[in-house]
Design a protein around this ligand. Sequence first.
Ligand code: SIN
Ligand code: MN
Length: 220
Amino acid sequence: MSALLPRPRRTVADGAVLVPDWLDLGEQRRLVEACRGWARGPVPMRAARLPTGHAMSVQTVCLGWHWQPYRYSRTADDAGGERVLPVPEWLAQLGKRAVADAYDAASGAAYEPDAALINLYDDAARMGMHRDQEERADAPVVSLSIGDTCTFRFGNPDTRNKPYADVELQSGDLFVFGGPSRFAYHGVPKVFPGTADPDCGLTSGRLNITLRVTGLEGER
Ligand code: SIN
Ligand code: MN
C-alpha cells in the first residue's frame, strides 16, 4: 500500500540504496503480467532444490541465464531442460534506469543486465541469508518488489550474522546493491500477507525481480 507520506530514499550500507515507490501501479501491473507469461514457459516456474535435497520455499523462473543452487546455465537442467527466454530489451532498459536513479547517470548507462531471477513468495515463503555470488562480475544487483510487504535483511559481506539492517520492502520499491555491498549477505525473513494494494496486479504473495550481470557471456 502506498504510504500517505513520501518514504525517503535511504542508503542502507555503502552501495546499497532503497528507492521507495519507484514503480507506479501501472508499471507494477505490467511487470506482474510479464512475469505471468514467463512463468508459463518454456521453462516452468519451480521451487529450486538445494544440494541438501530440500526445495526452496520461493518459486523461481529465470531469464537470460537459468539459476539453480548454485550455478547458472543457459538451459534449465533441473526444470525440463529447455533454454530460458532472453532478458527483453525493455527490462534491461528498466535496469539501466534503476541504476541511474539509485546511483548516477553514468552507472545507469554502463549497466547491461543479462539475467533476471523472478521469485514468487507465498505467505509462508522465506529466503535465508545468502550472497549473490554465482556471477563473475561485480556490477550491481537491481531488485524490484511487487505485492506484499516483506522484511528484507541486508547485512555485510563477511558473515550472515550481525551487523545487518532490517528494511521494509513494499510494492513498487527499488533496492540496488553494488560496490562494497555487492557481495553482502541478504535474505527475506518474513512476508506480511494482505499488505499489498490489489491494484499492483497481485492479489496475494510477493514478487521479486532481480537483474544481474553474470559475466558469463559465451559460456554454457
Ligand atoms: C534474492 O535475494 O535473490 C531475492 C531477494 C528478495 O526477494 O527481495
Ligand atoms: Mn539474493
